[in-house]
Design a protein around this ligand. Structure first.
Ligand code: DX5
Ligand code: ZN
Length: 215
């Protein structure tokens, strides 16, 4: 599978959100990564439904919605209605993960599970067959622009092993501190979706930065 790039609009200019989404439409980005934070699961608040709806209105690419919220079951339907194509919930935020994953699929969305840096990949052993996507956090969630945690490579290798022969097509998405320096090794290790916030939106030429992450 050729790898995908999912720029995170957390690092975009919220005062010019339409402009930034149109930039992503005209770029080689595959998905648009939408980080929702509730101030409880993570120590930061980002944005909610009205913003996701506006993003959807302008976006010509699938919305890859990453829910950093407690008890996400309460809001799955609303995020689906707001325009999410992929909904990723945190392993650490779900008591009945199998039920949550089924609920996401019943809404017609692809279902992802995110792991915090300290959460072992092995905990997915009894659910890996049911997942469309696993998001490996390569920073502690809550903020853009943090330093990449190198243990991520080991976790990607663990996930490749776990999914091999059981769910070969699972998306292995890496989120946090991804840039043109670590992108290639991430892909070689087995990642197939790269999220990038600051390395795209702080670049002098974001379209060129996305293209570098793609090739
Ligand atoms: C962090 C978010 C990330 C963030 C990545 O909690 O999940 O998606 O936007 O930003 P960068 O690429 O700047 O680390
Ligand atoms: Zn994210």
């Amino acid at each position: 599978m050729n790898h995908l790039v999912s720029p995170s609009i957390l690092a975009s200019d919220f005062g010019n959100l339409q402009r930034d989404i149109e930039m992503l439409n005209s770029s080689e980005a595959d998905w648009i990564h939408v980080d929702v934070m509730d101030g409880l699961f993570v120590p930061n608040i980002s944005f909610g439904f009205p913003v996701v709806e506006k993003v959807k209105q302008h976006a010509q690419k699938p919305l890859d919605v990453h829910l950093m919220i407690v008890d996400p079951d309460r809001y799955l339907e609303r995020f689906s209605k707001a325009g999410a194509d992929i909904i990723t919930v945190h392993f650490e935020a779900c008591t009945h993960l199998n039920r949550t994953v089924n609920a996401i699929k019943e809404l017609g969305c692809k279902a992802g599970v995110a792991l915090n840096p300290h959460t072992p990949v092995a905990l997915l052993d009894d659910i890996i067959e049911y997942l469309d996507l696993v998001l490996i956090m390569s920073v502690n969630p809550g903020f853009g622009g943090q330093k990449f945690i190198p243990n991520t490579y080991k976790k990607i290798a663990d996930l490749v092993k776990l999914s091999s022969g059981r769910n070969e097509n699972v998306y292995i998405e890496i989120d946090g501190g991804v840039d043109e320096k670590n992108a290639q090794l991430l892909i070689e290790t087995g990642a197939n979706v790269l999220v990038a916030g600051n390395s795209v939106f702080s670049a002098p030429n974001p379209i060129a930065a996305i293209s570098k992450l793609k090739h």
